[in-house]
Design a binder for this molecule. Sequence first.
Ligand code: FPP
Length: 239
Amino acid sequence: MSATPPAPVPRHIAIIMDGNGRWAQQRGWPRIKGHEAGAESVQAVVRACRDAGVEYLTLYAFSVENWRRPREEISGLMRLLEHFLDRNEDELHENEIRLRVIGRLADLPKLIQRRLAKTSAATADYHRGNLILALSYGGRAELVDAMRGIAGKVAAGELKPDAIDEATVAAHLYAPDVPDPDLMVRTSGELRLSNFLLWQLSYAEWYVTDVLWPDFREADLHAAIDAYGRRKRRYGAVS
Ligand code: FPP
């Protein structure tokens, strides 16, 4: 009897953490309570990814569009982020997980920028896992920023327009050395990409669950990984 090979684990999972507001609303609580519970899910999922052997986890924590939310919700989210870093920095070190941030970081409050820079620098040499937070992030904004970088090199005579190819664009993204996500998870049942990793998700498998983000825990992550393991990835070819 031949043994069945183990199902593949995605090397990189990207998650749209949606449904915090609805979770709070269902309980008659303020939206920030949903974000607080969502931060608990972040901690649980980071641990579950570490245990499952997922090398990269990218979380859509704050989009460029989220700046349109009420001021108190924005400041509440920034406080939660700071609190999350305070509570989890030791664990990042213990598990040799590198913290990275992608997005228009200059838009974030200075205090948060400094806090993120400090933890990113302190964990920069770790290779066992990567936690990537997308903050003030937009997929279109990232492509605009990449195009600005490329145009600057063309204007300086360092690059010829004909030489620009997909690798050139990929090299000008916020985290060019990070492999594209294999699996994109979205919670709360919405079937939208919402301006997340537009370039990088071209060939990702999607997994959408009705579970709201504050309820998403280890078992839900395992369900997503199992579903991924059953997919046949063809990249446009015939299998
Ligand atoms: C979407 O739910 C969620 C967000 C905009 C913020 C995500 C933030 C966290 C999970 C907590 C803090 C993050 C970290 C990294 C510690 P929504 O508010 O749009 O939900 P709704 O669609 O039900 O209103």
